[in-house]
Design a protein around this ligand. Structure first.
Ligand SMILES: [Zn+2]
Length: 467
């Protein structure tokens, strides 16, 4: 009898243990995820963005690889959603993005804080624009019209993509991990003429590759989001073929290896990083395959589960600009590579005509908190690598993914160090205004990220603030 009772007790204990195992497991399945992809390769020849070279005065001549926009909708157990859209594009500005955000909100009911649009910053993609005046620099009216036509079609495609993803929610399990991209190289080379665009293997670059894995409850890979902090500039100004550069090839590789999975690419703080070496389509494919294989390798390991609830925040931020340009700043701008010289002459012109330089540039910073497991920071603009360390210091380095080239890509977001040293990345705003950021911009950005992380309940903020 005693034995029988013991057996029964054992069964009850084992059964309740199993129940608790199932409920712990269930927590991992509390997500629903919707996915969608749309090809955005221009159907007609349009001008290419990213370099002001002579060749680029003509439309592209061929397509080396198609461009895509991809969407992923997350829904937590309480039904709170967010929508991430990644694009093989150079950078979406406010002028192009605002109508897209508005239309997505109207069609899906998602608030602005729930929508995040990132650009891979490929330099072998199309010029974008909806306003003929802003595209005047293309000079050729037929080219301007073709660009506007393309951008309208692209906008429709992105809105439809968002709607499609929100309509395709399925139960999913999320996990994440970090691997490494060896081709990411700091490009701020110190020369006797100042900081030039080049190669600097001793300087800092964020070579980490965060990945977010989305599986079906049965463990089938449905999607992988890949982050890398590096310009998509393996192809230079002479390249006249459309291509997503290394990011496009990495997505292609992963999608080929894991049939039916969607690969997405999210740019990080690679404002001062270039792929190394660079200069050919072949190298873009090699870098893409290197990244794809690295992702594949890490997908073979056990990643860290990502649970809810999901908190989505997006707040306006006034990024401070220099209102008076010192002789020293002009000198640095004139010594820097390429079109930065034009920035100096534009500023001189503006000041000559008594135009008051604006005190700040209005942008937005976002933060999505996934339970206690992951914080995704979304910065705007071309952000230099220093911000990764600064943000880690402010809100703790663990369970953190810092992305850039989100929301409005208005120009470069330099650190105080970059502004002090000079070089191409100090050039500031190149779209939607004019201005060189003040060194104080660093503090403003980091304080905003800290405030958002605290508001979203990121656990490490408390730990870090107490230290
Ligand atoms: Zn850039």
């Amino acid at each position: 009898m005693i034995t029988r009772r013991f057996q029964l007790l054992l069964i009850v204990v084992v059964a309740s243990f199993c129940v608790s195992m199932v409920s712990a497991d269930d927590q991992q399945y509390e997500w629903k995820v919707g996915l969608a992809t749309v090809k955005i390769t221009p159907a007609e020849p349009v001008r290419m963005a990213g370099y002001g070279s002579k060749e680029r005065e003509q439309p592209f001549d061929s397509v080396a690889a198609d461009l895509f926009a991809k969407a992923m909708v997350f829904e937590d157990a309480k039904g709170h959603q967010s929508l991430l859209i990644t694009t093989d594009l150079i950078g979406l500005t406010d002028a192009v993005l605002e109508p897209i955000y508005r239309r997505i909100t109207e069609k899906t009911g998602l608030g602005r804080d729930q929508i995040l649009i990132n650009s891979s910053h490929t330099h072998t993609g199309p010029v974008l624009g909806l306003d003929a005046n802003q595209l005047e620099y293309l000079k050729n009216p037929a080219h301007i019209e073709a660009t506007i036509r393309y951008t309208r079609g692209l906008s429709d495609g992105i809105v439809d993509l968002a709607v499609e993803a929100t309509n395709k929610l399925e139960s999913a399990r999320l996990s994440w991990g970090v691997c490494v991209a060896t081709f990411v190289m700091n490009r701020r080379e110190f020369t006797e003429r100042g900081v030039r665009l080049g190669v600097n293997a001793r300087a800092m670059a964020d070579r980490s590759v965060p990945i977010l894995k989305i599986e079906s409850p049965k463990g089938k890979l449905r999607c992988v989001l890949i982050g890398t902090a590096c310009h998509n500039t393996t192809l230079r100004g002479q390249a006249m073929q459309i291509s997503g550069d290394y990011a496009g090839y990495a997505q292609q590789y992963v999608e080929k290896q894991f049939e039916s999975a969607q690969a997405m690419f999210m740019q990080g703080c690679g404002g001062d990083a270039d792929p190394f070496p660079h200069g050919s389509e072949g190298l873009a494919r090699i870098h893409g395959m290197t990244l794809g294989k690295e992702v594949e390798r890490v997908l073979e390991t056990d990643l860290t589960p990502v649970r809810g609830p999901l908190t989505t925040l997006l707040e306006p931020v006034a990024l401070p600009l220099q209102q008076e340009i010192s002789k020293e700043t002009y000198d640095k701008l004139e010594r820097a590579s390429g079109s930065t010289r034009n920035v100096a002459s534009n500023l001189r012109e503006a000041l000559k005509s008594d135009t008051q330089l604006p005190a700040s540039y209005k942008s937005r910073i976002g933060l999505w908190q996934f339970g206690e497991d992951l914080t995704l920071v979304s910065l705007p603009g071309e952000v230099v690598v220093d911000y990764v360390g600064l943000i880690e210091e402010a809100i703790g380095p663990r369970k953190l993914w810092v992305s850039a080239y989100n929301h409005d890509v208005f120009g470069y977001l330099p650190s105080a160090r970059v502004l002090r040293e000079g070089g191409y990345e100090m050039r500031g705003i190149y779209s939607g205004g004019i201005g060189i950021f003040s060194p104080d911009v660093e503090r403003v950005v980091v304080e905003k990220v800290h405030a958002l992380a605290a508001k979203a309940g990121r656990p490490d903020v408390k730990i870090h603030t107490q230290q």
